[in-house]
Design a protein around this ligand. Structure first.
Ligand code: PMP
Ligand code: GLU
Length: 399
């Protein structure tokens, strides 16, 4: 019999949609995927070269659990360069992707019954990771009308004596919100007042198109002392498959997380670590170039979505997701073969788009909002245009 914790575990729906699209394609079905969020660009050559050189040098053995000193130094330099944050290598842990980093944090900090405040809509893995550790995710709504900005008043109302941690993600997956400095300042004060930990997931920091990305850790020493800054090479450098993420934070928490990692995975791939040294320390022009492309595609897809009957989408300020409100389609009926389905929620709309338009999107339900679906626009202009045309044609058939 499986462990009790598996009774409530939802597998990652972002990865599930990607797998489904891949499976359909393998069967010859021409499906356009706006599913999993991963850049369609190839990893820049300079980074691949660094990996090849590392292999040639024989750097193919176990490394320090928390990452090679060169990479931890490169992370410190990156955080200073881009966020103005001062860390020492003892305050850095490198893990097998930021998802692993986040789970290390949760394992090191959460006791059963602890509450984790998660602004909603949220990335699918935050609540599930908390639940795996018998902690309790507490979603706190952000409003579409304010571009899904963090709402400090609601965060305050959600804090109880059991609250241990607040998870912030800006730029946000799935909404694309870039949290305002004012909201972050208020939440930082709340965390200090109530003695809470803050996780600042900054995986999309390099993809901030409007506004300015502010790391909450930069708002003062008291805040920094209770913040774990999380980032990854996955998005900025198109390195999703290399699996390098990292955390910066207080030395004792980083040490505890490193101890956890030492018993679970040991070090991340030695070769990927050397590639990451080059990614973070080498010339950064490729990052700006990819970000410029995403910005252009953002405008293309948002304009297209807002022109579709029954759909509307706020302009995301960062990341590469459109979080489209599809509630305008609810109550409409779609006929396929002998079956008539009335669209009632995001799962129905997702099923409808896959069947009728051959377009894969992720249901908003898994991100905490059943009125939305998420589209990743980390794909080509041609596929975005074709996907929008297919959705338009499919929507024209609902009554
Ligand atoms: N945080 C957020 C908000 C994400 O969207 C993702 C997935 N892309 C991650 C963390 C994890 O990224 P990775 O494990 O590839 O570093
Ligand atoms: N984080 C990306 C997404 O939200 C990749 C898939 C995943 O890690 O969940 O689509």
């Amino acid at each position: 019999m499986l462990a009790d914790r598996l009774k409530t575990l939802a597998p990652s729906s972002t990865l599930a949609v990607q797998a489904k699209a891949r499976e359909l394609r393998a069967r010859g079905v021409d499906v356009i995927s706006f599913g999993a969020g991963e850049p369609d660009f190839d990893t820049p050559e300079r980074i691949k070269d660094a990996a090849v050189q590392a292999m040639r040098r024989g750097q193919t053995k176990y490394t320090e659990v928390g990452g090679i000193p060169e990479l931890r130094a490169a992370v410190c330099a990156k955080l200073k360069r881009d966020q103005g944050l001062d860390y020492t290598p003892a305050e850095i842990l490198v893990s097998c992707g930021a998802k692993h980093t986040l789970y290390n944090i949760a394992t090191a900090l959460l006791n059963p019954g602890d509450e984790v405040v998660v602004p909603s809509p949220f990335w699918v893995s935050y609540p599930e990771q908390a639940r795996l550790l018998d902690a309790v995710p507490v979603p706190v709504e952000t409003r579409e009308a304010s571009g899904f900005d963090l709402d400090p008043a609601r965060v305050r109302d959600a804090i109880t004596p059991r609250t241990k941690l607040i998870v912030l993600n800006s730029p946000n997956n799935p909404t694309g919100a870039v949290f305002s400095r004012a909201a972050l300042e208020t939440v930082a004060r709340l965390a200090v007042e109530h003695g809470l930990w803050l996780v600042s997931d900054e995986c999309y920091e390099s993809l901030t198109f409007d506004g300015r990305h502010v790391s909450i850790a930069s708002l003062g020493p008291e805040v920094k002392a209770r913040t774990l800054v999380v980032n990854t090479c996955s998005k900025a450098y198109a390195m999703t498959g290399w699996r390098i993420g990292y955390a910066a934070g207080p030395r004792d928490v980083i040490r505890a997380m490193t101890d956890v990692q030492s018993q679970v995975t040991s070090n991340p791939s030695s070769i990927a670590q050397w590639a990451a040294v080059e990614a973070l320390s080498g010339p950064q022009d490729d990052v700006a170039k990819m970000a410029g492309e995403f910005d252009r595609r953002r405008r293309l897809i948002i304009a297209g979505l807002n022109a579709l009957p029954g759909m509307s989408c706020v302009m995301p300020k960062g990341a590469f997701y459109a979080f489209a409100n599809v509630s305008g389609l609810f109550g409409r009926t779609w006929t396929h073969g002998q079956t008539r389905t009335t669209l009632k929620g995001s799962l129905d709309v997702t099923g409808f788009l896959l069947e009728a338009a051959r377009v894969a999107v992720v249901p908003g339900l898994d991100f905490g909002s059943d009125a939305h679906v998420r589209l990743s626009y980390a794909t080509s202009d041609a596929l975005i245009t074709e996907g929008l045309a297919r959705m338009k044609a499919a929507i024209a058939t609902v009554s």
